[in-house]
Each structure stands twice: as structure tokens, then as C-alpha cells.
Design a protein around this ligand. Structure first.
Ligand SMILES: NC(=O)C1=CN([C@@H]2O[C@H](COP(=O)(O)OP(=O)(O)OC[C@H]3O[C@@H](n4cnc5c(N)ncnc54)[C@H](O)[C@@H]3O)[C@@H](O)[C@H]2O)C=CC1
Ligand SMILES: CC(=O)C(=O)O
Length: 350
């Protein structure tokens, strides 16, 4: 059967090939209705959107991926290119349109559309351009899939998650941003590399803004269940606080470095977001540092600020925020990060 994106069983030339190739077995029960499909929509088929779509495809977590972009030729090209990989992948219907009707009934909508940073440019610089786009994107997306979970990736991701929450009118558990899930994975990679261990055995969170004011939670890092800083102290192993600062600064500089080298970042964010999609759609109840409404947690007050905190995720989106230990210094840095984001949010008049 040709996957022509319309769900029809018609092959080339309009022939119904299903009844030509297959003979139904006699006296069989009526077909069992298949379970409801899991549908993921990806808005924006640039470097990031396509890295996410292709990683989700390989994980076999969606029955349909719907793609939307404002550039019809690029969009159709990306749809066809993914469809042509069907022989090597789990079966997934891939559809695409500039019209949001194609996203109807999505379980998860991932928004990656928008301007990206030029080399050396801060994420926060993108705000006005991308808020203007979100005014066109979020209302029709929310209308087509009123029960979906919205996962925001476009930058500045924390403020845009707030914007998506406001424009969608969705409950707060169903609007989140990819936040510092990526920064934390860069952090875990650097620590793992330092001590030559698998990054999956490093539990470490970066919280706050996905960007320059992010906060590394050194006090709660553990490797294979061993709390790192208290272990070093108990063993009287000296370490320089500057070394820790340098590792965090390398994380903060990671995106700038990759953008100056290849023009954009894509693979790590692709895996990071596909990992969030897996946790949500398969109801894994795993803890990820992602952008959530932070008011009321860790003493954050002053408004509906969205930033990354370690959150328990499942089929309903954000289930809870985890109570991770923070030192006074870490907590103070988090408050500062919240203030930076809140200032940006308050300029929007939403
Ligand atoms: N949160 C995170 O960790 C990360 C976020 N990003 C952000 O993701 C965004 C996308 O980055 P790239 O894919 O590299 O950019 P890109 O320029 O390759 O792709 C952006 C896509 O958005 C589409 N688009 C623009 N306006 C649209 C509209 N109104 N409706 C639908 N589609 C529209 C464009 O046609 C283009 O295909 C940027 O804001 C970037 O900063 C990138 C990497 C990591
Ligand atoms: C571009 C961006 O936000 C990142 O790679 O972290």
C-alpha cells in the first residue's frame, strides 16, 4: 500500500492493490479495531524539527508524525525524504501540510519553528521575532488538538513556553519546554568524560534558564549512586571550586561553540526531545529538568515564571516537581535566573 499521506489504500494509478495482493482468510472474525493511534506533530521542519522527527521515528513511539512548516516545498521535501526511509523503520505514517488541520487529534505537539541564533547571539535576543510567530502558531495548533501536550523547543524556550501557555489556554501540566534537559545532558557528558564513566550513570541537573543564567546543582550530583562532592570531602580529596565553575561554563558555552562551528545545533536537541516524548507518551514517570511553571517551588515567587526544574513526567505531561536538595548559593542563583526570565516575560504584556 502506498503511503501517500492520505491514509488511502490506493496505489499508483488509483488501483486498490490491497484486494489484489491479499485474499482474506475464510470465516475469520471481523477485524479487531486497532488501538487509538499515537500522533505527534512537529511544527517547524528546520534542523531541529527534523532531528527530533527522525529520532522519534527510530524509537517507534508514534503511529503518525505530522509535520507543519510555512515553506511548502521544504516541507514536502522533508516529508518525502522521511517516507523514503520506511523500509528501514518501524511503521509510522508521515503527513505534512502548511495547514494545521494535519495536526488534528495530536497527543503531543512539538514546536521548533522560528528564528535561531546567529553566531555569538544570545537566545534571549530572539524573543520578539519568535513571540510574533507564536501568535500565528499556537492558537490553530491548540484548536486542532485541544487535548494535546505542548512541548516547546524554539528559543528563548523558557519565555516561549510561558507564551504558549498563555496563548493556548491549556492547563499548566500540558505545557512544558525542553528547557535544561539538553544542558543537563551536556553537563553529564562532561562529568562522565572527566572520570571516564558512562554518562547514563551520572545523575546531574542544570536548572533555571536554558541559557546564560542556568544553575548547576553540584551538591546533588551522584555517579552510580555515590554523591560526588560529599564523597570527595569524606575521602579528603582536594578539588578546586574553579574546576566546577569551568565545567558549568563549558556547558553554558556549548551552544555558542557548536553554532560558531556548524551554524546551528541539532543532534543533541533531537535526542533530548525524543527522550522527553518517549517518557510522556509511554508514561514512564521519569524525572527530567524541563521548563515548567515554577511559581511556588524552591521559594520562587513574584509571578508566573517558567523555567527548568527537575519534574516528574508522564502521560499527563508534568505530574510533579521534584524536591532536590539545593545549597543556599544554588538557591540564590536560581532566584536570579528566575528574575532574568520574569523581566523578559513582563515585557510581553500577555
Ligand atoms: N531549546 C533548545 O534546547 C534548542 C532550541 N533551538 C531553537 O529551535 C529553533 C529552530 O532552530 P533550527 O531548526 O535550527 O532553525 P531553522 O531555521 O533550521 O528552522 C526553523 C523552521 O521554522 C520554520 N518556520 C518559520 N516560521 C514559521 C511559521 N510561522 N510556521 C511554521 N514554521 C515556521 C522555517 O520555515 C524553518 O523551517 C530556534 O529558535 C532555535 O534557537 C535550537 C536548538 C536547541
Ligand atoms: C541553540 C540552543 O539553545 C542549544 O543548542 O542549547
Amino acid at each position: 500500500m502506498a503511503n501517500n499521506g492520505s491514509g488511502s489504500s490506493l496505489g499508483p494509478g488509483g488501483l486498490d492493490l490491497t484486494n489484489t495482493f491479499f485474499k482474506p482468510i475464510l470465516n475469520s472474525d471481523p477485524p479487531i479495531p486497532s488501538n487509538r493511534c499515537t500522533k505527534v506533530s512537529v511544527i517547524g521542519v528546520g534542523n531541529v524539527g527534523m532531528a527530533i522527527a527522525q529520532t522519534i521515528l527510530t524509537q517507534d513511539i508514534a503511529d503518525e508524525i505530522a509535520l507543519v512548516d510555512s515553506k511548502p516545498d521544504k516541507l514536502r521535501g522533508e516529508m518525502l525524504d522521511l517516507q523514503h526511509a520506511a523500509a528501514f523503520l518501524p511503521r509510522t505514517r508521515i503527513t505534512a501540510s502548511v495547514d494545521y488541520a494535519v495536526t488534528a487529534g495530536s497527543d503531543l505537539c512539538i514546536v521548533t519553528a522560528g528564528a535561531r541564533q546567529n553566531p555569538g547571539e544570545s537566545r534571549l535576543n530572539l524573543l520578539q521575532r519568535n513571540v510574533a510567530l507564536f501568535r500565528h502558531i499556537i492558537p490553530p495548533l491548540a484548536k486542532s488538538s485541544p487535548d494535546a501536550i505542548l512541548l516547546i523547543v524554539s528559543n528563548p524556550v523558557d519565555v516561549l513556553t510561558y507564551v504558549a501557555w498563555k496563548l493556548s489556554g491549556f492547563p499548566v501540566n500540558r505545557v512544558l519546554g525542553s528547557g535544561t534537559n539538553l544542558d543537563s545532558s551536556r553537563f553529564r557528558f562532561l562529568i562522565a568524560d572527566h572520570i571516564d564513566v558512562n554518562a547514563q550513570d551520572v545523575q546531574a541537573f542544570i536548572v533555571g534558564e536554558h541559557g546564560d543564567s542556568s544553575v548547576a546543582l553540584w551538591s546533588s550530583i551522584s555517579v552510580g549512586g555515590i554523591p560526588v562532592l560529599s564523597f570527595l570531602e569524606k575521602q579528603q580529596i582536594a578539588y578546586e571550586k574553579q574546576t566546577l565553575e569551568d565545567i558549568h561554563q563549558t556547558v553554558v558555552g556549548s551552544a555558542y561553540e557548536v553554532i560558531s562551528l556548524k551554524g546551528y545545533t541539532s543532534w543533541a536537541i533531537g535526542y533530548s526531545v525524543a527522550n522527553l516524548a518517549y517518557t510522556i507518551l509511554r508514561d514512564q514517570r521519569k524525572i527530567h529538568p524541563v521548563t515548567v511553571l515554577a511559581r511556588g517551588f524552591y521559594g520562587i515567587e513574584g509571578g508566573d515564571v517558567f523555567l527548568s526544574l527537575p519534574a516528574l513526567l508522564g502521560r499527563n505531561g508534568v505530574v510533579a516537581v521534584t524536591n532536590v536538595h539545593m545549597t543556599d548559593e544554588e538557591s540564590e542563583k536560581l532566584q536570579k535566573s528566575a528574575k532574568t526570565i520574569l523581566e523578559m516575560q513582563s515585557q510581553l504584556g500577555l
